[in-house]
Ligand binder design. Structure first.
Ligand SMILES: *Cc1c(COP(=O)(O)O)cnc(C)c1O
Length: 244
C-alpha cells in the first residue's frame, strides 16, 4: 500500500499484515540458510492456503509467492476456479484413489504418494508424467500417513515401470511435540534416506528434493536440508482472527 504522509511529506510504503508475515518468513529462511551455508535459492516456499479464502489466496499470489498448496480436492478445485493462472499447484494431502482422477491433471506436484493403489490411478489417469514426493512416516505415529522408512526403497523401485510417475523427492511431517531435537532428528532421518536413495541413480526416481517443514518448524527443516517448506498459518494468517 502506498500512502502520502502529510507530516513527513514523504511517500510511505505501508505493509499489510500479510506482507509483514511474508517478510518475517523470508528473514527467517535467509538466517536458517546462512547458519548452515545453504543458498536461499535452494528453498521453495509453498503457501498452504487450505484454511483461507480465495481472496486471501489471491493476495498471496500478488505478494509474489506462486507456489500454493491445498490438501483436499474440493479446496484445490475451488481455488483454481477463482485463480485460473499464475500459480504452481501442490497437492499436499492424503488422496483417496477414487479421487486421483479429479486432481491429477490439475496439479504440478503431488506430495503424498504412499500407496501402489494411488500410483496405479496416476498411471491410468495422467497424460503427462507427474512430479511426486513419496511420503514417509519417519516419526512412526499411527495418526500419520506415509511409508515406513524401511519400506520406502522397495516402494520406489516398484514404480520403475510407471512412466507417469517421477519420484523427485521425499516428504514428511514432523511429530506433534515441543521437543525441537526430536523434530530435528525426524528431518535428519529423512535427509539421510534421501541421500541413500539418490545415490542409487534410479532413472525414474532422482529423489533429490525434500518436502519438510511447516509453520512451527520450517527453520529446523531448512537447516536439515528442506528444498520445499509448506507454510500455512504463519504465512497466510487465520481469517477468523480478522487480521486484515
Ligand atoms: C496444513 C498443512 C501444512 C501447513 O501447516 P501449518 O502448520 O499451518 O503451517 C503443511 N503440510 C501439510 C501436509 C498440511 O496438511
Amino acid at each position: 500500500m502506498i500512502q502520502w504522509n502529510k507530516v513527513s511529506r514523504k511517500v510511505v510504503i505501508e505493509m499489510t499484515p500479510l506482507q509483514q508475515r511474508i517478510e518475517t518468513i523470508e528473514d527467517t529462511i535467509c538466517q536458517a540458510c546462512e547458519r548452515v551455508g545453504r543458498d536461499r535459492q535452494e528453498v521453495t516456499v509453498i503457501a498452504v492456503t487450505k484454511q483461507v479464502s480465495t481472496e486471501r489466496t489471491q493476495q498471496v499470489l500478488e505478494s509474489d509467492i506462486v507456489h500454493l498448496g491445498e490438501n483436499r480436492p474440493e479446496g484445490l478445485l475451488a481455488k483454481q476456479q477463482a485463480i485460473p493462472q499464475g500459480a504452481v499447484w501442490h497437492f499436499i494431502g492424503n488422496v483417496q484413489s477414487r479421487k486421483v482422477k479429479e486432481i491429477i491433471e490439475r496439479v504440478d506436484y503431488l506430495h503424498s504418494l504412499d500407496r501402489i493403489s494411488i500410483a496405479n490411478e496416476i498411471q491410468k489417469r495422467s497424460a503427462e508424467p507427474v512430479d511426486c514426493f513419496v511420503q514417509v512416516n519417519v516419526s512412526g505415529e499411527d495418526s500419520k500417513s506415509g511409508l515406513k522408512p524401511s519400506e520406502t526403497e522397495g516402494f520406489i523401485e516398484a514404480l520403475k515401470d510407471y512412466d507417469k510417475i517421477r519420484v523427485i523427492g521425499l516428504m514428511t511431517m514432523a511429530p506433534l511435540t515441543e521437543d525441537r531435537e526430536e523434530i530435528r532428528n525426524v528431518f535428519k532421518s529423512l535427509r539421510e534416506l534421501r541421500d541413500d536413495l539418490a545415490s542409487k541413480n534410479m532413472k525414474h526416481a532422482p529423489v533429490t528434493k525434500l518436502s519438510m517443514g511447516m509453520s512451527n518448524d520450517y527453520s529446523i527443516a531448512i537447516e536439515e536440508g528442506a528444498t520445499h517448506v509448506r507454510i500455512g498459518t504463519a504465512l497466510v494468517g487465520s481469517e477468523s482472527e480478522g487480521d486484515e
